[in-house]
Design a binder for this molecule. Structure first.
Ligand code: ZN
Ligand code: ZN
Length: 833
């Protein structure tokens, strides 16, 4: 009776769900009474969408209002006992969607590991009431109906495609479904699979002295089985403590030691031993944390005290510490303090700097309370970290930009290391977010503190600090006795004139490499171009091979012996003859990392040279292996792209060569000077740690360029002064906000026309906004799509941009109404980097 009464008093509840469909709104479903008490915001639920589709959605709201326009269907099932995301996290997702002008679905897709996402696979089943004799099926339709396996079981689309060895069966299945020969439905599968381990233990009946004695008697003539059992007892002291049997021993370990699998199987068959499965964590979370105090220098001590003081006054503090000044030690102390007071900590690093070096160090200190979130992790590993944060097992995350999506509910500190690094920005696909800026918003939601760290702060962050919106703390001394490296410019113009140049190597750089190697010291050469050479051309007619899909020249990769497009991956073989004039004088132009490596091998045949770029670090451990070998001194020279500039610490590098500074400085982008300053300073910082002062040789044809002089004299302040003037004069960030709109279409004219139409609409609608373009971007065609671009410069102090973004959407919709522009794609990038 009581149950009945309760039912009466229950109200009818509805849940709004975010579904993985390209419609930017929520869908309302009715909650079955039985689930009333179990549903929470943030849980995943299974629902029917349309007539056939079963989808997994996320509950974002629960209320009592039934939808007006349609009758709500029931929620079919809940997938989670606890919410998969936290309320605060959901607020952040909404902010990301609004700020970066994308849909919440796109944010969810980026945020949730595939294992927690919504997957459904269409399944096929024979219709029992279908009569084959009376039907008119085509040959291929019959082939499916007569599949033996379909008679016994339901099969997925892909199963059937495999069985019949055809690629597309979608239309056949559709036709079969319309003839009511088959039934189609969707089967939802949970993708995440925990890692399991097979273990062995004694069955219940044998966990006693007496029983075991009996067994050993019967095994007297079977020494191999006896061995297995003895080994088991050796590792699991069942006789001393019966409880130890419950955990048993890993099957692998037992077999490794006792060796006979067939004897083990016999013991299992006779019910003496049993095999069972347990879920094990993917990470070795057993290490104990180190509790040694971190010793700080006087300068570090002072900076740390200043940071604490700054935290009282500012939500965000910028730590400007020169390379080698020991920022990590300060981070460690701050992290410890935050964890001790019960909060969570997020330590963000740019993608590539997540080296074994720093992770191993932190792991030693923080042990099992620390989790790592990395793009090279498998999806299952990501799910495990996600759940670790959700359940509170993991309190401290070290991770790359996507870590801002993790389900924190009580952050007290976020550290953004190398805050200037452009890899914090996601370019493709949406959400095109910047993890540094998202972290600042995230901290606001959690009432947490943010520490931005860099030796070369971004102009934007430094500006905020000078405006007193952020706190500012500086570290100006290198840790210990270490001195800043001496930077020398190699004047390529005069070397060329004097013919002292070898290939593109200045005599100055070569001489210093010789000297370093003679002293058994290591060398790093930085060249920000991968491949063998960025271009080839015909010496007679000037022909240059171009990508068939993009408006770029192809890069020659000697290792693959192919010409490759770095934008779409298109490949072709190197022609022996020029296709225009049949000349065979085809030459490579310029230096990529491959060619550098090759020439260095010629000049220094005795040395071991390693290359670190996208090609050599594709595998999960590629990067670590190269670093490890270099660290151990097995490699003499390390050649690499900007990967070598980041956060690495080596003891024996006495020379760094910057192969081509000019290209970085003259790159046509308003940030090129900032980038050049950052890259050259960062890579220089790799030279001469500890007691030895290092040397840096920078090859350039413009040795008088102000940027180089700032770098030479280590004058970040001077660099900033000049840069901020330029930005002010040309109305670039931090004085404006930028929104970049890219228009894409396979037809050049359609693309242009749509861009002009959009620009006109925007111009009329937006007041006080400077509109540049439409114009062709530097690369005007990628993957057979022509590109046009419109840049909006929005003065600071305009406040919220929500209205402005709405206007942009409205204008885009207006353009899309024109039939000719129906298949145009628009990409909106807020705060492009
Ligand atoms: Zn030619
Ligand atoms: Zn291409």
């Amino acid at each position: 009776m009581e149950i009945f009464d309760q039912d009466q008093s229950r109200s009818t509840l509805f849940a709004e769900l975010l579904l993985p469909v390209p419609i930017p709104k929520y869908f309302t479903y009715r909650i079955p009474h039985a689930l009333n008490e179990h549903l929470q915001i943030g849980q995943r639920a299974i629902v029917q969408f349309g007539d056939r589709k079963i989808l997994t959605g996320l509950i974002v709201n629960i209320h009592e209002q039934s939808p007006k326009e349609y009758e709500a269907k029931y929620i079919l099932e809940i997938l989670d006992t606890y919410p998969s995301i936290t309320p605060i996290q959901f607020k952040l997702f909404i902010w990301i969607a609004e700020y970066y002008a994308c849909t919440l679905g796109e944010v969810m897709n980026a945020a949730l590991p595939v294992g927690l996402r919504l997957s459904s696979e269409s399944m096929v089943q024979l219709n029992p009431s279908f009569n084959l004799e009376e039907s008119t099926l085509s040959f291929s339709e019959k082939e499916i109906i007569l599949l033996k396996r379909l008679e016994q079981d339901t099969l997925s689309y892909s199963d059937i495609a495999k069985l019949l060895d055809v690629r597309s069966i979608y239309s056949i299945l559709k036709s079969l479904s319309s003839k009511e020969a088959i039934l189609l439905f969707e089967e939802v599968k949970e993708k995440y699979k925990p890692k399991t381990e097979r273990r062995i233990r004694l069955t219940k009946d044998y966990v006693s002295h007496e029983a075991l004695e009996e067994v050993f008697k019967t095994l007297e003539s079977k020494p191999k089985q006896e061995d297995v059992l003895l080994k088991y007892l050796q590792h699991v002291p069942v006789l001393k403590d019966k409880a130890t049997n419950a955990k048993g021993i890993s099957k692998k370990q037992l077999l490794d030691e006792a060796a006979s699998e067939s004897s083990l199987n016999t013991l299992i068959k006779h019910n003496i031993l049993e095999e069972f499965e347990v879920i094990v964590p993917r990470f070795g979370f057993d290490e104990d944390a180190e509790t040694l105090p971190i010793l700080l220098s006087e300068d570090q001590e002072r900076a740390q005290a200043e940071i604490f003081k700054s935290f009282d006054e500012h939500a965000v503090t910028l730590l400007h510490g020169i390379t080698g000044s020991g920022k990590t030690e300060i981070y460690i102390n701050l992290i410890r303090k935050a964890l001790d007071s019960g909060g969570q900590v997020l330590y963000l690093l740019p993608e590539i700097a997540l080296t074994t070096q720093i992770v191993q160090r932190l792991k030693k200190i923080f042990g099992s309370s620390m989790g790592i979130y990395h793009s090279k992790f498998s999806d299952n590993e990501r799910v495990e970290v996600w759940n670790g944060v959700l359940t509170g097992k993991v309190k401290f995350i070290v991770g790359v930009r996507s870590s801002v999506f993790l389900p924190f509910d009580n952050l007290s500190l976020i550290i953004v290391d190398e805050e200037h690094d452009p890899s914090y920005k996601q370019h493709e696909p949406a959400p095109r977010y910047n993890a540094r800026d998202t972290a600042i918003m995230m901290a606001q939601l959690h009432h947490a503190k943010v520490l931005l760290g860099s030796a070369t702060p971004s102009v934007e962050s430094y500006y905020q600090a000078l405006q007193n919106r952020y706190g500012l703390v500086s570290l100006t001394k290198r840790f210990g006795e270490a001195k800043l490296p001496e930077i020398i410019l190699a004047d390529m113009r005069s070397e060329r004139r004097n013919k002292t140049i070898k290939g593109e190597f200045s005599s100055l750089l070569l001489r210093h490499i010789h000297e370093a190697l003679d002293k058994k010291e290591q060398v790093i050469i930085f060249q920000n171009r991968r491949g063998y050479s960025p271009m080839i051309n015909c010496e007679d007619c000037g022909w240059v091979p171009k990508c068939v899909n993009c408006a770029v020249s192809l890069t020659y990769h000697q290792f693959k012996n192919a010409l490759v497009c770095h934008y779409c991956g298109y490949k072709e073989s190197l022609p022996r003859q020029c296709p225009t004039c049949t000349s065979s004088r085809i030459k490579t132009v310029g230096y990529g990392t491959e060619k550098l490596e090759e020439e260095l091998n010629l000049y220094f045949p005795e040395t071991i040279i390693q290359r670190m770029d996208l090609e050599t670090t594709r595998s999960k451990t590629g990067y670590e292996t190269i670093i490890d070998q270099f660290e151990k001194g097995e490699t003499n020279i390390l050649v690499g792209t900007q990967m070598v500039t980041k956060g690495l610490d080596f003891d024996h590098v006495s020379l760094v060569g910057v192969f081509n500074a000019d290209r970085m400085m003259h790159f046509p982008d308003f940030r090129s000077h900032e980038r050049a300053y950052q890259l050259i300073t960062q890579v220089s910082g790799r030279a001469g740690r500890r007691e030895k002062a290092g040397k840096v040789v920078v090859q350039t044809s413009s040795p008088d360029h102000p940027i180089l002089l700032f770098i030479l004299n280590n004058r970040y302040d001077e660099f900033y002064k000049k840069e901020i003037q330029d930005r002010h004069q040309h109305a670039y960030p931090p004085f404006t906000r930028l929104i970049d709109i890219t228009i894409k279409h396979t037809d050049k004219k359609t693309c242009r026309d749509a861009a002009h139409e959009l620009a006109e609409l925007l111009q009329a609608q937006l007041t006080g906004v400077k509109l540049l373009g439409p114009g062709e971007p530097m690369i005007s065609k990628i993957r057979n799509q022509f590109l046009m671009s419109i840049l909006l410069k929005i003065p600071r102090g305009r406040g919220e941009l929500t209205q402005l973004k709405h206007t942009i959407f409205e204008c885009i919709e207006q353009v899309l109404k024109d039939k000719a522009f129906k298949s145009i794609r628009f990409v909106i990038d807020v705060d492009p980097v």
